[in-house]
Design a protein around this ligand. Structure first.
Ligand code: ZN
Ligand code: ZN
Length: 320
């Protein structure tokens, strides 16, 4: 099969053997999206070598367990964490925190920038007909956005600031609005702020200074991907408010922590989320993704695709 391999920080289109894993389903990948994590992998984060890619939609082509036969021919997306199955977090049902986990295309397991991948059937979710292949590529990041709603209770009276006008920020703002909250995107780019408004979201440029006390919000969701995101989040949140961190920043950050204590701020880390609510939001059309697609590319054109993903929104590979 054709596959994009990452080795020593270099991507190459290669001819790889079809993956075979006992007990798992073989999925023919239809489309796969490039995510910020993929860009970080190429830069050397996590020492990953292999086939990256974890946001995908595909069709189950073969299974290795008879009880999985009903999956054959099913259009699916997949949960990217595969736990060891025996440790405490796995037994508690939180395989995304298994110390020995594999993560599709990120840690210890080849991913979706290839014609085929394998996953256990317990990781697969059928895609409703109402969701297009392009929409389905967004299920994983929308699930990550849905995770916020599991962690923070928001309602019509909750004022939420979503920092970051990138792919994830624009998805999180939409998901938060589905919970009835008043969400506003704070961006750094005129064109993205304008795009957010065209998508029906409240949006403005991130102010250079801290918000006045009366304008500070209950919940700040930080999805800038920038090292100063947490410091800027503290400029927007009210006393006893909550900051949800979505950016995985690897560089050390210098930060005055006293406002966290004095203002009694709650800071929550937030990563992967539930697929079912994400699929439901897409199927109902409550989250729109088409304006977030920068381009759809073939695997042959991977160099240009990765360059577009650096500056654009979502770049998608159409694979088979
Ligand atoms: Zn991702
Ligand atoms: Zn485990």
């Amino acid at each position: 099969m054709r596959a994009l391999r990452l080795e020593n920080g270099r991507l190459q289109l290669t001819d790889a053997p079809r993956p075979v894993r006992h007990g798992e389903c073989l999925v023919r990948v239809t489309m796969a999206g490039i995510c910020g994590t993929d860009l970080e992998l190429v830069k050397g984060y996590a020492d990953f070598s292999g086939i990256p890619g974890h946001e995908f939609v595909g069709v189950v082509e073969a299974v290795s367990k008879p009880e999985d036969r009903h999956w054959i021919g099913q259009r699916v997306v997949g949960d990217i964490n595969i736990g060891c199955g025996v440790c405490r977090p796995c037994r508690d049902g939180i395989k995304e925190h298994c110390q020995n986990r594999q993560v599709l295309g990120i840690r210890g397991r080849d991913g979706a920038f290839a014609e085929y991948l394998t996953l256990p059937s317990c990781n697969l979710y059928p895609v409703p007909d109402a969701a297009s292949d392009v929409a389905a590529v967004f299920v994983e990041p929308i699930a990550a956005a849905c995770r916020v709603l599991e962690q923070v209770s928001v309602g019509p009276a909750t004022r939420v600031a979503v920092m970051g006008d990138g792919r994830l920020g624009l998805l999180i703002a939409q998901v938060v609005q589905t919970a009835g909250a008043q969400a506003e995107v704070f961006g750094r780019h005129d064109d993205r702020v304008a795009l957010a408004r065209r998508m029906g979201l409240a949006a403005r440029l991130l102010p250079a200074a801290a918000l006045a006390a009366r304008d500070r919000v209950d919940v700040v969701i930080e999805a800038t991907g920038a090292a100063d995101g947490l410091a800027r989040a503290l400029d927007l949140v009210r006393p006893r408010g909550t900051i949800v961190l979505k950016s995985t920043v690897h560089d050390p950050v210098r930060l005055s922590t006293w406002p966290i204590v004095v203002d009694e701020i709650t800071i929550i880390g937030s990563r992967c989320g539930p697929f079912l609510p994400a699929l439901d939001l897409l199927a109902r059309g409550n989250v729109i993704v088409d304006p977030l697609v920068t381009c759809i590319s073939g695997l042959d054109d991977f160099e240009r695709a990765f360059r577009s993903a650096e500056t654009g929104l979502k770049v998608i590979f159409a694979i088979s």
